[in-house]
Design a binder for this molecule. Sequence first.
Ligand code: ADP
Ligand code: XUL
Length: 530
Amino acid sequence: MAQANKNQDRLFLGFDFSTQQIKVIAVTDAFEVVYDGHVQFDVDLPEFKTNGGVHIHPDHVTITTPTKMWVKAFDLLLSRMKASDFPFHKVVAVSGAGQQHGSVYWKKGARIQLANLSPDQNMFDQLKDSFSVDDSPVWMDSSTADQCLKLEKAVGGPQVLASITGSRSYVRFTGNQIMKISETKREAYDNTERISLVSSFAASLFIGDYAPIDHSDATGMNLLDIWTREWAPKCLEVCGPNLAEKLGPSVHSTKPVGKVSSYFVKKYGFNPECVVVAFVGDNPASLAGLAPEQGDVVVSLGTSDTVFLWLTKPTPGLSGHIFANPINQDDFMSLTCFKNGSLTRERIRDENSEGSWDKFSEMLKKTPPGNNGALGIYFDQMEIQPFAEGVYRFDGEGNKVDSFPPEVEVRAVIEGQFIARKVHAENVGFQLGPNTRVIATGGASNNQEILQVLADVFNSPVYVKEVPNSAALGCAMRAKHTLDGGKFSDIAQKAHPSVLVASPGPYSQVYSQLSVRYREFEKMIETQSQ
Ligand code: ADP
Ligand code: XUL
């Protein structure tokens, strides 16, 4: 009984250091949200003159964030919590997420400054000169095409790099960003004693020491071997001198990385026993927040569509990314992003259903699953996989046609998109299992008829979760899991039960045939686009 009462007073914090803001939520053991706050960089810290949290350089491809702005924002967030009498002493564990791929360069000597922060001053004043590179490259940067080629060439080609690190080389991936710094800012590189990701940087602020990079975020660097979870020597060698030393160790995402430093205890009243659990990438954190069971598939239907998979046997290839799973040490997750999502669906709605989702849904119900063999591929913008653009329609006989009747067009866009989501999921290792669940989220998950197509195409039940701040919540859940142990899925069930919204009809045969045809059409379009 005493224990139960004591537990009722416990709080967990989940942070999200994202592109435009830092968010925090505080939850109880029962996942009641008792505090929800944020600092928005453009609005709250106008002195840094960011736009959407970043600076776009004149070349348009270099995109950075002033590192010390994050420190100041963190100070501000905590001081706002203090001003609202937030009970810091009740917090037993914290964890957090960071935008993936971004990097922070700590200057030689910074570790000592970090370990000796005085509670009489703020962190910004004490750490503002602790970085050897003032502007952190972030995930939006695309200035490293040359470095990407170099890395792939050095290891034996894009597929070899993907087979080692889970992804071919990508301009935003940190190894390539580090290589660019080592080539263009050599003095600053040599004057760097530790390179953190945004996630491990935030954890470092909390523990007053360099926090290790967690495996899930480390797999977004083109530097970690996804199978052994060790830094890949060949990649390190190409990306910068003495890089292993500058990166320090990596650690599984479930591990505690220390306790809050005395700065937080003295300045804010944290309990000195408060545990800091490894901070992770924002996408892995969202997986924890949304899809906490082995085999789960998340389909996020927003401006662009994103598919996350919890995988046990990944097959890394030339599209999508394989990351280490943030919950289960032996498992993986994939992340595949599709540019043509809601905006394409909206265009088809406007042209065929008078701009009304209700009419669009009615039309969807009028056509049979499989659309009598009609198949459409709608890449209004250059798609990511395949790298192709344009609209392609095929009738039931496989002939290319210029248009479809409105009802057929409406079904074709939804089926074409969802078949693509499934085909690319299979490419990175997705296999339908008896317990596969599809978790739908994002704007279009409000649409029951669209979700029915999703269930039919994936031949799996679809659940909906609208979890605001899924990355921050995922981190609060992870913090509790590391502290208390037990099954992660039990924690998740408590945090937000899933709601079943659509069950698959008897169409697995129809969609497996269409998937085979889709693969052929996609290959043809990709070849034509080259
Ligand atoms: P973001 O990715 O920017 O966070 P959201 O997840 O909020 O976006 O999704 C926004 C999109 O949701 C809109 O562009 C809109 O097309 C789509 N949407 C909203 N309601 C519906 C609906 N009932 N049916 C289909 N799509 C919808
Ligand atoms: C993932 C990616 C973005 C960032 C920012 O690979 O680049 O989703 O994590 O949120």
